[in-house]
Write a new protein. Structure first.
Length: 114
């Protein structure tokens, strides 16, 4: 089973920083991020834990790169997978909308039949 990637909210809660700061780290290339569906940012837990240790060493709340291996990432990675994986990701992210559409459709059918 593939590793579960963290959402932006989960990464922010682990790091103890606001989402704006997290987005700034990703934009600068200080924090590796993965895009799912070209839209959703996700993070690996081990990378977030390593960044958390760096932030703890630096009291200013910015990432310290002195003495640490270079972590700069030019762009976010697209998570590739099979069509089945992409379908599962789609269902995971859009399940509320799909269920709502089915409920609305069934309600309309019920109303129109009576």
């Amino acid at each position: 089973m593939p590793e579960k990637l963290l959402t932006t909210e989960e990464a922010c809660s682990i790091l103890g920083i606001p989402p704006e700061k997290l987005a700034e780290f990703v934009e600068k290339g200080d924090l590796p991020a993965y895009k799912i569906g070209g839209k959703f940012l996700r993070f690996r837990r081990d990378q977030i834990e390593a960044i958390k240790k760096e932030i703890a060493r630096d009291s200013g709340g910015t990432l310290s790169t002195e003495g640490a291996p270079k972590r700069r990432v030019r762009e976010t990675y697209a998570v590739s997978g099979t069509t089945w994986d992409k379908l599962l990701d789609f269902l995971y992210f859009y399940d509320f909308y799909l269920i709502s559409a089915v409920v609305i459709f069934c309600t309309l059918l019920f109303i129109l039949k009576t």
